[in-house]
Write a protein that binds this ligand. Structure first.
Ligand code: PMP
Length: 306
C-alpha cells in the first residue's frame, strides 16, 4: 500500500487525514456519487510542480457536469483549485514525487437518486507515487467483465461508483495470477486496463483505442500522443481487436499511476520477444523527463507549487 500523507483538505480546511470523512448517509457513500482525478506532483530543479493541473481540473469539472453535479463549477475556479493544492503541499512535508487525489463528493444526506442542486465537498490528499504495474513488464488477462459502456455509465467521466467495474476486472486478473486485465467493450474491441489506457505498436505506428471506444480520456494518453508526434512517431486512434494485441510489436499501459508500463504477456501469449520495445523505452524516458521538468519544450505542462 502506498504511504498517505497526514494532512488532507476537506470542504474548506486542512485536517488530519483521519478526520477527512464522509457521512454514511451521504450520496457519496450510498451511491459512490463522487467524481475524481489523480495527478502527479513531481520534484523538479525549481521545486515541486503539478503535471497538467489545468487538464485535471477540467476533467474533474467535466465529470461533475456529465453527472449533473452542478455545485462544483459554481463554487470552484481553477485559481482556487491550484491555491488549495499549494496549501495542501505546504501543510505536508513533501520531498519526493507524490500523487494528489482530488474528489468532488455529493455530501448531501439522503437526497435519493439524483444529482442536481445538492451540496458537495471537495477532498484532496497526497500519497507516495508508487506505480500500480511492474516496471519489468506486466502480465495481463482479458477480463471476464466488460467495460461499462458510455451509454450506461459514462466512461469519460471519472465517477467513483463506476470503479466497481474496475475492481471486478482487476480482482479477476489477480485471482488468476496476472497483474491486471484487458477490458473489452460490449462488441469485443479493446478498451483499456482497469485503471490505465493501452497502446500498441504495429508496423511502426503507435495506436490506441479512440475516445469513443468506452475509455477514460486519460491525460497521460493525451501526453503520450503529443510526445510521440513530436518525436516523429506515427500515431493512430482507432478501434483495436484483441488479437492485434497478441501480434503487436509492443504493448504498453499508460496512466498517472501506471506511468508508461510495458506489457510482456497477454492471455499466455508473449508480446514480441517479451522485452521492452524501442518505442516504449523512448516514450518512457521522454515522459519521465517531461514530468520532472527536464525538457524545457514541455515546461508549459508543469505548474510550480513551491
Ligand atoms: N483508464 C482508467 C479506467 C483509469 O482509471 C485511468 C487512471 N486515471 C486511466 C485510464 C489513465 O488516466 P490518466 O492518464 O488521466 O491517469
Amino acid at each position: 500500500m502506498a504511504r498517505i500523507y497526514d494532512k488532507a483538505f476537506l470542504d474548506s480546511s486542512i485536517v488530519p487525514i483521519g478526520a477527512a470523512t464522509m457521512s454514511v448517509a451521504s450520496s457519496a457513500v450510498l451511491y459512490g456519487l463522487s467524481v475524481y482525478s489523480v495527478f502527479p506532483i513531481c520534484t523538479t530543479k525549481s521545486g515541486l510542480a503539478a503535471f497538467r493541473i489545468d487538464d485535471h481540473f477540467k476533467r474533474l469539472a467535466d465529470s461533475a457536469r456529465i453527472m449533473g453535479i452542478d455545485t462544483f463549477e459554481r463554487d470552484w475556479t481553477r485559481e482556487r483549485f491550484i491555491e488549495t493544492v499549494r496549501d495542501l503541499v505546504a501543510a505536508n512535508t513533501v520531498s519526493e514525487d507524490v500523487f494528489a487525489r482530488v474528489s468532488v463528493h455529493v455530501n448531501e444526506l439522503l437526497p435519493g437518486t439524483r444529482s442536481r442542486g445538492l451540496s458537495t465537498a471537495v477532498s484532496m490528499f497526497l500519497y507516495e507515487a508508487a506505480p500500480i504495474l511492474p516496471g519489468g513488464g506486466a502480465r495481463l488477462k482479458t477480463s471476464v467483465w466488460r467495460r461499462v459502456p458510455d451509454y450506461a455509465i459514462p466512461s469519460r467521466a471519472k465517477v467513483n461508483g463506476a470503479y466497481v467495474n474496475s475492481v471486478l476486472a482487476k480482482q479477476d486478473a489477480l485471482d488468476s495470477g496476472y497483474d491486471d486485465c484487458v477490458f473489452l467493450d460490449a462488441s469485443g474491441h479493446v478498451c483499456e486496463l482497469s485503471a490505465a489506457n493501452i497502446f500498441i505498436v504495429r508496423d511502426g505506428v503507435l495506436a490506441t483505442p479512440g475516445t469513443s471506444n468506452d475509455i477514460l480520456e486519460g491525460i497521460s494518453r493525451r501526453t503520450i500522443l503529443e510526445l510521440a508526434r513530436d518525436m516523429g512517431i506515427a500515431t493512430s486512434e482507432r478501434v483495436i481487436d484483441l488479437t492485434e494485441l497478441y501480434i503487436a510489436d509492443e504493448v504498453f499501459a499508460s496512466g498517472t499511476s501506471a506511468f508508461i508500463s510495458p506489457v510482456k504477456e497477454i492471455d499466455k501469449r508473449t508480446i514480441s520477444n517479451g522485452e521492452t520495445g524501442a518505442v516504449t523505452s523512448a516514450l518512457k524516458k521522454k515522459y519521465r523527463e517531461v514530468l520532472h521538468g527536464e525538457d524545457p519544450r514541455y515546461a508549459r505542462l508543469l505548474t510550480n507549487l513551491r
